[in-house]
Design a protein around this ligand. Structure first.
Ligand code: SR1
Ligand code: MG
Length: 400
């Protein structure tokens, strides 16, 4: 019997997700299927459809026409579902091992059907539980190096790059980042969200002209530099991991942006986790930061030497200049992300989940100082190793 299905947008139900999976032939006929909505992110519905006998599943993700984290008062384009499925397919052409397989997508229903990754855990959750994921930074460094090199003017035909960039123009989602990461936390804006006890620290931030100038420079980079196709929201909640595997999900914020942005967001979220841990358990997170950068720089440099399409590629000093600016920008972007996850609209469980109120407030004060130091001192750092001392100084300065 043919299964009827909607052709105009409407939010899926659990039964609707099962019908879709059947219609797509993703399970043999007669398979007993169960479905649950498991989305815990800020924006979308996520259904897991499972064969009750084999326990094998698929994921049906659907964009809602508004931001779930705020409600229907914040309308949001459904086009982000197309951006997400196209980004996953583009990334898969370079690093299939690091993204879920896409089985199907439907632009009008804003649906992407993809591989079920339930055997893995969201990295943020695992890191909060104290896990370290030994291969996480190796994989993330490789993912960023390959996807950014191959989608840049150095790694692909420069006319085709412009066409690709056009297909990833993503103004509404970029605006969220422009506002929530680069603007609102640095002004007295209604989207901000922080405890009354932090008001003095936050006011100091709002009145810090030196900081404001540096954030404005970083925002300008985000607005104007289209180096490569970036994920655009590469925090630890966008990563599934185990000790052996890493999969990057949720690239609905993907667009042509600066090389350093994904690296910076990943660094920031590792640092936010470090702030929630006792000192003696922080080192694996710093080591992940070092390794991400080392792997990124090594692979990017190898590709630069072997696959570069730009006539100036062999010009002495150009690669070093690109890496140098990517590094500085990544540190600055990390600072903005640390601050926004502390006092902006979308917080992180690493800090908000600290049970003891005084400890939680203290960790957030450290986060604000750390974010500020990363932004202001980004040009003085010569390697990621120095983030350890910046981190320690931030905490020490706060206790003296
Ligand atoms: C309204 S969306 C809030 C945040 O959730 C996403 O994951 C992005 O990080 C965005 O800034
Ligand atoms: Mg997301």
């Amino acid at each position: 019997m043919p299964v009827s299905h909607p052709t105009v947008y409407e939010p899926l139900t659990e039964q609707g997700a099962i019908s879709l999976a059947v219609r797509l032939g993703l399970f043999p006929e007669g398979t007993p299927l169960a479905c649950r909505e498991i989305g815990d992110g800020n924006l979308n519905l996520v259904f897991r459809v499972v064969d009750q006998q084999t326990k094998k599943g698929i994921i049906v993700k659907q964009a809602l026409p508004y931001a779930k984290v705020v409600g229907e008062s914040w309308p949001l384009t459904l086009k982000r579902a197309v951006i997400e499925s196209n980004a996953l397919r583009t990334f898969a052409s370079y690093v299939p091992q690091y993204v879920p397989k896409v089985y199907y997508s439907d632009e009008s229903l804003a649906i992407t059907v993809m591989e079920d990754l339930s055997h893995l855990q969201i990295a943020r959750k695992g890191l909060i539980e104290g896990k370290t994921y030994p291969l996480l930074s190796q994989h993330i460094g490789e993912f960023i190096a390959k996807t950014s090199f191959y989608t840049s003017d150095f790694g692909m035909n420069q006319q085709e790059k412009k066409q690709l960039a056009q297909s990833f123009v993503n103004p509404e989602l970029c605006k969220i980042t422009e506002d929530l990461v680069f603007t609102d936390p640095f002004f007295n804006h209604e989207t901000n969200n922080f405890e009354d006890e932090l008001r003095d620290d936050v006011k100091a931030l709002w009145n810090d002209d030196k900081l404001r100038l540096e954030v404005a420079k970083l925002k300008r980079k985000f607005l104007t530099e289209g180096d490569a196709l970036i994920h655009g929201d590469l925090h630890t909640g966008s990563i599934f991991a185990s000790d052996e595997e890493t999969k990057i999900i949720d690239p609905e914020f993907a667009f042509y942006g600066p090389f350093g942005f994904d690296i910076g967001q990943f660094f920031a979220n590792l640092l936010l986790n470090a702030l929630s841990r006792p000192e003696q358990q922080q080192e694996p997170l710093f080591a992940h930061i070092d390794k991400t950068w080392d792997v990124f720089a090594t692979i990017f440099s190898d590709l630069w030497r072997t696959h570069n399409v730009e006539p100036y590629a062999k010009t002495e000093g150009l690669l070093e200049d690109v890496l140098h600016h990517t590094f500085i920008d990544a540190i600055g972007f990390a600072g903005c992300e640390v601050i926004r996850r502390t006092i902006g609209l979308a917080h992180v469980a690493d800090l908000d989940g600290i049970e003891d109120k005084e400890e939680r407030l203290q960790a957030k004060r450290y986060a604000l100082r750390l974010g500020r130091s990363l932004i202001l001192q980004r040009e003085t750092l010569s390697s990621t190793k120095e983030i350890r001392s910046l981190f320690a100084q931030t905490v020490l300065a706060a206790t003296n």
